[in-house]
Write a protein of this length. Sequence first.
Length: 553
Amino acid sequence: MERGDHWYSDLLVSLPYFLTVAVLGTALRHNIGFPLDDSWIHQVIARNLVFSHSWGFTPGVTSSGSSSTLWTLVLAPQYLLFPHTNPVFYPLALNALLLAACGALLWRMARLDGLSLPESVALGVLPALSGNLDWLAFTGMEHVLFMGLSLLSIVLWFRKGSSRRVSLLAGVSMGLLGLARPEGLALIVALLIIYRWCGRTLADAFRAGIVALFLIAPSLLLNLRTSGTLLPMTLKGRRFLYLGTDKLHVGRSTFRGLILDTSRQVIAHHFFYTHSRLILLPTGILAIIGLVVLVKRFPSRTSVLCLWAILDYTAYCVTLPEPGHGGRYQPFVLLLFPALMALGLMYILSGAVEWTRSRRMQRSLSWASVAVVAGVTCLTLPRWQNALHDSIADINSTHVKMANWINENYAPGTTMAVFDIGAIGYRAHIHVVDLGGLVDRKYLPYLVQRRVPEYLSERGIHYVILPHTGSETRFGDLLNLLHNPAVRLVPIHTEGGDETTWANGFAYTGNAFRQQTLYRIEPVPPDQQNATATERDTRIAAAATEGIDSGER
C-alpha cells in the first residue's frame, strides 16, 4: 500500500465540498433550473438517447450538439430510472459527489508527494471554498467530471503495485477522460509519453494506450459521422460565435486575449469582484510562485497536474480563446487558483523567516497563509449564490416561459429556427432547427458565409426565435437576419425577465440575453428592398422590447 493518510482523512477533506454546495444550493429554493441554456442541450440529447434511441439533438436523427459523449451516457439513466423527476437534481447530485472526489484526490496527491500538512490542506480544501468552482456543480454539465477523471488518471498512473493491473485501470480512466471532453486526449498522450518519470514501463504505456483507444474510438467515429472531423461539431460552432470565424487563428493576440480575458473575468470579477491592480497583481504573482513551487517537484503527481493545467489552458488559447460562461472552459484555473495563492504565500513567508531556523514559526506562518486565503476565498460564496439564483431566474423567465407560450399557441411539431436551443428545445413541443452551428454540419457553411436566410428559405422555415437585450441585435446581425433588405422579421411574441436580475446573472456567466423574441420570417419583394433597413429594424426592436403580440395563433 502506498504512503498516505487513512480513508477517513479523505472523507474529512470531502465534507467542505458538500457544505459549500449546500450553501449555493439555497439559490434553488422556488427557483429550480440551470444557470446556462447549454445545460438543457445535454438533457435533450440524453432524453433522445433513451426515448428515441438516437444520438443527437433532433429525435430520430444522429447529430452533434454535445462535446461530451460520456456525459450523455451518464445523464441517460435518469430518464430510464426517474423519467418524471425534475432533471436538475440528478446531475447536481452527481457533480456534488464528483467535486468531493476532486478534493479527496487533490489531498491524496499532495500526501503521496510528501507535501506538508498545510500544503496538503491548501490543495485539498481551499478549492471547496470557491463559489465559482462550486457553481460548476449546478450547471448540469461535464466539467467537474472532466477534472475528476484528470486527477484520477494522474493518481493511477503514478500508483505502485501490479504493473498489468494498474496500467489497465489507468487506461480505463484515460479512456473515460477522452470521452468526457475531447481535450482529454492531450493528457492521455502526455501521460503515455512521460511513462518512465511516472514509474511505469513501456509495456504499461502500451496496455494503457490500447485500453484508452478502445474506449475513445466509438466517440471519434461518432464525431466523424456528425461533424466530418474527429472533433465534435460544437467546437467550430462556438469558435464562430466567439470569433466570427470557424478557422484556427494562432498568434500573439490569441494568447494575449485569453490571458487578459481570464485575468479580467475569471480572476478579477469572478473571484475578487474588483479590477484593482493593487489586488490582482500581487495575488497573481503569488499564484505563479505557487505554480513554480509545485512544478519544480517534477516528477510528482501535483507537478504533472500543474503541467496539465498549463497544457489545457494553452490548448484553449489555440482552439477557442475564451474562458467561457462562468469560466467553465478553464476549470483548472477555478480548481487550483486559491491553493496556488496559499502555496506562494507560504513560500515567501517561510523564506522570510528561514534565518530564524524556527520550524514552529514556519508552520505557524504556513497555517496563517491557508487561513488568509481561505477567508478571501469564502467571500466568493455569497456572490456566486446570488449569481446562481439570478441566472436561473433569467433562464426560467425568458427561455422556459417562451417554450410554455409556444406550447399554448402552436401545434406540436411546428418547425422553428432557434438560436438558444437548450431550454426551448427541451420544453417546447416543436421541431427545433439550430441557428448556433452546434448540431447540423450542413448548416455551418451557411452560417460562416452569412447565408442563413437562404438556409431557412430552402427548408421552408417561417419562424425564428432570437435573443436580444432591447436594441442589441448582435445575433440577428451575425445571422444576417436583421439589417438585411431581403428579409423582414415580424415580431410575434417576446418574453423577458427583470433587468436587474438579468444583469447580475449575466455579469458572472455572460450567458442568456434578457429577452427572447419569436418572429415570423417574410421575404421582401425586390421592388421594396430599397426601403431603409433602419426604419424596419427600429419598428421591430420597439415591438420586441414592448413584448407586443401579433395575435397570431
